[in-house]
Write a protein that binds this ligand. Structure first.
Ligand SMILES: [Zn+2]
Length: 112
C-alpha cells in the first residue's frame, strides 16, 4: 500500500470519493467532543486573559466555566485515548477501501 504519487513521489495525495463507495472512517464521538471542548477551552482561556488585562480579574462564572470545560476536555481526552486503537483500525480500513487517488502537487490521478 503506497500513499505516494507514482509520478512525482509527493506524499500530498488524497482519495477521490466514488459513487457507490460509501465507506467512511468511523470517527469516535469522543474525538468530536475533544475537538469541540479544546476549541471552547481556548476561547475561555483567551477571555480569562482578556479579563485579567482589561479589568480587575476574571469573574467567578467565567472561572467556573473554564474549570468545567477543562474537566470535559480531560475526560474526553481519556475517552479518545481509549478509542484510539479502534479509530486507527477504522482509518486503515478506510484508506485501503479507497481505489482512486489524486496528487495535490501535480494533479496526477491513478487507480490502485
Ligand atoms: Zn504527483
Amino acid at each position: 500500500m503506497q500513499y505516494r504519487c507514482p509520478q512525482c513521489q509527493s506524499q500530498k495525495v488524497m482519495p477521490i470519493a466514488q459513487a457507490g463507495n460509501t465507506t467512511r472512517p468511523d470517527v469516535p464521538k469522543s474525538l468530536m467532543i475533544l475537538v469541540f471542548s479544546i476549541f471552547l477551552l481556548l476561547l475561555l482561556v483567551i477571555s480569562n486573559i482578556a479579563m485579567w488585562i482589561f479589568s480587575k480579574g476574571a469573574g467567578t462564572n467565567l472561572q467556573i466555566a473554564t474549570a468545567v470545560v477543562f474537566a470535559i476536555t480531560a475526560i474526553s481526552g481519556v475517552l479518545f485515548w481509549r478509542d484510539l486503537p479502534n479509530f486507527k483500525i477504522s482509518m486503515q480500513a478506510f484508506m485501503q477501501s479507497q481505489k482512486v487517488w489524486k496528487c495535490r502537487d501535480c494533479n496526477h490521478q491513478w487507480q490502485i
